[in-house]
Design a protein around this ligand. Structure first.
Ligand SMILES: [Zn+2]
Length: 371
């Protein structure tokens, strides 16, 4: 039943995409702006990235860039924050951001963004800028790709037992999510070291294995108009840290970025970005240490009355175009279905809505024949 429901939702999403109804059915009515969050843009994934579902291929990103430039007013985060503060934030404003500062952005995202004249902000983890060392989620991906996710999950269960909510058959993101929820980042690094030792595995640390931007690439991107912000020093779940540890993670990264880029004020993006990954104290530290905003990864648009320290974002992964478009417009399938039910009220889009009903009906009929 679940797969039939999945098929029907996918079909409806495709119908919404091809009939151009995403804007009409947007669940973000009244929203002024949207902030998108990407991670990596690259044609291939190495063992540090494979399985994380964080890479969008350059061809797909090119399609995204074209769609965004044709359908939105894409501005820099700095400009959007100024407009939000002045209370004059035009509708259909959109901001593009990237988290974690992957090196591939320099080679693959930069040329596409420049071609379409799109500004963007990149959030950096200062511990790995220019380094061959890796953030802990990339290390977990590496050992899971080399040893198998089930072995890593088994070892994690042996070490932390019921402390972890780790389902059997967990994939790489589920392992990362489970560890991130309960285990201090220091313990996770020790866990990876022990796994490597036990299985005679060495994490590559030569320069060719560098996966994050270095300061020369960052400076060059900055000269091309890109903005940079703070994503903590080590990419940690701040909610698991003491107040002093949180302050170290946030302030240290801010100082390093300030020192290299001469910035006094900058935006901040919470690592992992859900409500359970920061506290009231985190927000206070961010406000008091020279950050002009704090971006979450909680899904949603930006409304004119939103605080710059609680900005939601829309997480973008590599998906079919119909899912990208419905995500950006916040189309809820439930909302779309109720619009179809209430179509007795004619609107400008009634012709397209009729086309959608027709397309959806034929696709469902086709699917039912195939089942
Ligand atoms: Zn991140």
């Amino acid at each position: 039943m679940a797969s039939i429901r999945h098929l029907i939702r996918g079909t409806l999403r495709t119908a919404i995409y091809y009939t151009g109804l995403a804007q009409t059915l947007s669940g973000y009515k009244g929203a002024q702006a949207r902030i998108l969050v990407y991670h990596n843009i690259a044609p291939v994934e190495d063992d540090f990235m494979r399985g994380l579902d964080m890479t969008v291929s350059p061809d797909v990103f090119e399609d995204h860039a074209r769609y965004l430039s044709e359908n939105f007013r894409v501005v820099s985060l700095r400009q959007m924050l100024g407009e939000l503060r002045s209370g004059n934030l035009p509708e259909r404003t959109l901001v593009i951001t990237f988290d974690d500062g992957y090196r591939d952005l320099y080679h693959y995202a930069l040329p596409i963004l420049r071609e379409h004249n799109l500004p963007a902000t990149i959030f950096l983890n200062t511990a790995v800028v220019g380094a061959t060392d890796k953030l802990w989620p990339n290390k977990i991906a590496y050992v899971a790709n080399k040893l198998g996710a089930s072995r890593v999950a088994y070892q994690a269960r042996r070490q932390w037992g019921k402390r972890l909510h780790l389902p059997y058959g967990a994939n790489i993101p589920e392992i990362i999510w489970a560890l991130n929820e309960r285990v201090h980042p220091r313990e996770i690094h020790d866990f990876v070291d022990a796994l490597c030792r036990d299985h005679h595995l060495t994490l590559p640390d030569e320069n060719s294995s560098r996966i994050y931007l270095d300061w020369a690439e960052i400076t060059s991107m900055r000269s091309a108009g890109f903005e940079f912000g703070n994503h903590t020093h080590d990419h940690v779940n701040l909610a698991l840290l003491s107040e002093q540890e949180q302050e170290e993670q946030i302030v240290k990264a801010k100082e390093i970025i300030s020192q290299h880029l001469g910035l006094h004020e900058m935006p901040f993006a919470y690592p992992f970005g859900q409500e359970e990954h920061f506290t009231v104290v985190t927000r206070q530290i961010i406000k008091q240490s020279g950050h002009n905003s704090a971006l979450e990864a909680i899904a949603g648009p930006v409304f004119a009355e939103d605080s710059p320290y609680a900005l939601k974002r829309i997480d973008i992964r590599e998906t079919p175009p119909s899912l990208f478009v419905t995500n950006v417009h916040g189309v809820s399938i439930k909302h779309a279905l109720s619009s179809l039910k209430n179509r007795g009220n004619p609107t400008k889009s009634s012709a397209r809505l009729t086309a959608l009903v027709g397309t959806f009906g034929s696709l469902v009929t086709w699917l039912s024949c195939g089942i």
